[in-house]
Design a protein around this ligand. Structure first.
Ligand SMILES: [Zn+2]
Length: 119
């Protein structure tokens, strides 16, 4: 028997690529999008420190790789799910970009502040 998706009431099959996550492709995409929304809220106020940023970058990379494996895996995906997955990739890319931009802004701000204290 194929393992079931961990979302209550979901009967969709879990592909081998998501066995560890126990999600069907749709609910994996949804969970990544939710996590990205949380991370976005976290990074919107100010850039996270380097350690946290490295953690987020690692998460984005892992989620993207898993998603790519699902997208090109054995399980046939309906067109709307393909579109959803592409959209999730876009979310991952945009989050990465926003975070880099916030970090660059903070760096500039710090440089300007440092210059102000120099004689
Ligand atoms: Zn599911």
């Amino acid at each position: 028997m194929e393992p079931a998706c961990r979302i209550f009431g979901c009967k969709a099959a879990v592909p081998a690529e998501l066995a560890q996550e126990s999600f069907c492709p749709l609910h994996f995409a949804v969970s990544v999008e939710q996590k990205c929304a949380d991370l976005r809220r976290e990074t919107v106020g100010g850039a996270p420190d380097e350690g946290r940023r490295a953690e987020i970058v690692r998460y984005l990379g892992e989620a993207g790789q898993t998603l790519a494996r699902v997208a090109t895996g054995n399980q046939r995906l309906p067109d709307e799910l393909k579109a959803r997955i592409l959209n999730t990739f876009l979310t991952l890319m945009n989050l990465r970009e926003n975070m880099e931009r916030a970090a660059a802004r903070q760096k500039t701000k710090m440089e300007v502040a440092n210059q102000g204290t120099k004689p």
